[in-house]
Design a protein around this ligand. Structure first.
Ligand code: ZN
Length: 131
């Protein structure tokens, strides 16, 4: 099987070390379980939480993503509808934040792990994490 590229592995929330194991137990819109992460990679067995409370730092990524969403939404709404009331922006952004919450939560953790996890891609790893 051909190896996944890094952007595709990020998009599919795969392990940064092997690009095969899933970071999360289920899909993003299984609402009762979307936040459940595997503690270690089901393929190469690397631990995803690099230290205690590692994923607390993902809040900063999540904040930046939400600010970006907020600005992009406000711009698009203004360009398309030129609404007279600020409530239009407020309602649209609240709906977006609620609907996109599972994706924002997951991708903030994925990006944080890829950026600060210190894991290098190693395509030769077998299922026990040995090269
Ligand atoms: Zn892995």
């Amino acid at each position: 099987m051909r190896a996944k590229s890094r952007p595709l592995a990020i998009l599919q929330a795969k392990c940064p070390q092997c690009h095969k194991g899933n970071l999360f137990e289920t899909g993003p819109y299984r609402l009762k379980r979307f936040a459940r992460m595997n503690k270690q990679c089901p393929h190469c067995e690397v631990k995803f939480a690099r230290e205690p409370r590692f994923f607390d730092g993902a809040m900063y990524i999540s904040y930046a993503m939400n600010v970006g969403l907020f600005l992009a939404s406000a711009f698009i709404i203004y360009q398309l509808f030129e609404p007279k009331s600020p409530n239009t922006y407020l309602i649209a952004i609240i709906l977006e934040v609620i609907l996109l919450y599972p994706l924002m939560f997951r991708y903030s953790r994925v990006l944080y792990l890829y950026t600060f996890g210190g894991l290098k891609y190693n395509p030769t790893l077998d299922t026990k994490g040995n090269s």
